[in-house]
Design a protein around this ligand. Structure first.
Ligand SMILES: Cc1cc2nc3c(=O)[nH]c(=O)nc-3n(C[C@H](O)[C@H](O)[C@H](O)COP(=O)(O)OP(=O)(O)OC[C@H]3O[C@@H](n4cnc5c(N)ncnc54)[C@H](O)[C@@H]3O)c2cc1C
Length: 407
């Protein structure tokens, strides 16, 4: 391969590709519509999972030539797992279960670290530029549509560092909510895998729940959020263009842990352009089985509700007792196995919808599911107080990164 390489999108997948190509001596141009990398997520905490491979993700990063000390990360080996009936148990592991990083435009975020590594390698990043996929060799433009959304509030707190993960179909329809606290900054986030009107009430009620159960003394700063696009394309290379990260549907359907897939697919795309292997084959060997297994898990989760969530939480703890390590259950969830593989045709028909995109690609998308009768309930008094508190923060300039009507 010779000449310039053009990449659409300066998110993690695009910057990972760009860095590897530039280090190999290519002239690389990255085109980004926003004014900076990470602007999509300003100030959000996200977790990088460590269970879809036996190799620690930071070792992989280092093997690929990325310096993980360029960004702030906090490792966790234990979490509070909150069952739907409010019982709290503690999955834990000997190593690192996952790492919390900050997304956004601050210096210590993973986005700015990947930007710095790209620039140091000689990549030219053009911000504030809208390009089309047809003009680029690698498409790393993130989600197009919504299959699910997540809304969170960032706040000051004196509570110790903690990660809590809650399976609760009322507070997070079809999904989960979480609390992350790192060095005095907290995030409470709820994910909605069924489409709702006035989504902000789910966040208010979730915050009220955590306030009742953790000593947070929360002082709200801002509200953040975004969408996830879940779909499996029929091809990862289309008309010579390589689709990476969320633009290529390389994303975890079960919980939405997409960063590892984004960086890994970016690396695979770069290495394939450098002639190491064929992207289509490698991505199908390495990532697609994980994506499909996560889609099968998502299909099951979409069906279960709180009774099923309770079974999952109990099963997780039983597995930890038996195997001695809480991460083994998460690893098991991503192993295809005969039962899950057998479900794939049903998942494809029952959960995914074939769609032809404007660029001619065909994707089997997970549509945003409709709300259910049980999703409408009256807010608690505590949730109404949370809402009043947010309104006051907002009136004093508290930022919001999603539609006001959802806040
Ligand atoms: C609220 C929320 C919480 C999440 N939490 C987690 C988590 O805890 N752990 C985890 O692993 N993952 C999480 N994810 C998913 C994860 O953030 C994404 O999967 C990952 O960032 C995808 O990276 P990407 O490079 O594919 O896309 P992006 O990060 O979206 O980057 C794409 C870039 O392309 C740019 N772009 C788009 N169109 C154009 C165009 N036409 N021209 C130029 N530029 C364009 C965009 O502005 C953007 O900067 C979360 C997502 C959301 C929304």
């Amino acid at each position: 391969m010779s000449g310039e390489v053009h990449i659409l999108g300066a998110g993690l997948s695009g910057l990972a590709s760009a860095t590897i190509l530039a280090k190999a001596g290519k002239e690389v141009h990255v085109h980004e519509i926003r004014s900076d990398s990470g602007a999509r997520f300003d100030g959000d905490f996200q977790g990088i999972e460590n269970w879809t491979s036996e190799v620690d993700f930071f070792e992989e990063l280092s093997d690929w030539g990325f310096d993980a000390t360029e960004f702030k990360s906090d490792s966790f080996d234990i979490i509070d797992l909150i069952h739907p009936d409010d019982v709290v148990t503690n999955p834990q592991t000997e190593g690192v279960a996952f790492r919390v990083v900050e997304r956004g435009t601050a210096e210590h975020t993973i986005d700015q670290a990947f930007k710095r590594m790209a620039l140091q390698s000689g990549v030219k990043i053009h911000y504030g530029v809208k390009k089309s996929a047809e003009e680029c060799d690698i498409v790393a433009a993130g989600p197009r549509e919504s299959s699910a959304v997540a809304y969170g509030e960032i706040f000051h707190t004196k509570h110790r560092n903690i990660v809590a993960f809650q399976l609760n179909d009322k507070l997070a329809p079809g999904a989960y909510s979480y609390l992350i606290i790192i060095d005095g900054i907290g995030l409470i986030c709820t994910c909605l895998w069924r489409k709702q009107r006035n989504s902000g009430r789910y966040l208010d009620e979730t915050i009220a729940w955590y306030e009742r159960n953790y000593d947070l003394e929360r002082k709200p700063i801002k509200r953040v959020g975004g969408k996830g696009d879940f779909g499996i394309p029929t091809k990862y290379v289309h008309e010579g263009r390589l689709y990476v990260g969320e633009a290529g549907g390389l994303q975890d359907f079960m919980w939405g842990f997409g960063m590892r897939y984004a960086i890994t697919s970016g690396v695979l795309a770069a290495k394939s352009l450098l002639g190491e292997f064929e992207y289509e084959k490698e991505v199908r060997r390495r990532l697609v089985p994980l994506v499909k297994t996560s889609a099968i898990n998502r299909f099951l989760m979409n069906r279960v509700g709180d009774r099923g969530f309770k079974l999952v939480a109990n099963q997780w703890m039983r597995n930890q007792k038996r195997s001695g390590d809480g991460l083994n259950f998460m690893r098991w969830l991503y192993k295809p196995g005969i039962f899950r593989r057998g479900l794939w045709p049903i998942v494809k028909i029952g959960m995914l919808r074939r769609k032809e995109l404007t660029d001619g690609r065909v994707v089997h998308r997970m549509p945003f599911r409709k709300s259910l009768k049980r999703d409408s309930w009256d807010p608690s008094i505590e949730a109404e107080k949370v809402r009043e508190q947010w309104k006051s923060t907002r009136s004093k300039g508290g930022a919001i990164s999603f539609k006001e009507s959802d806040a």
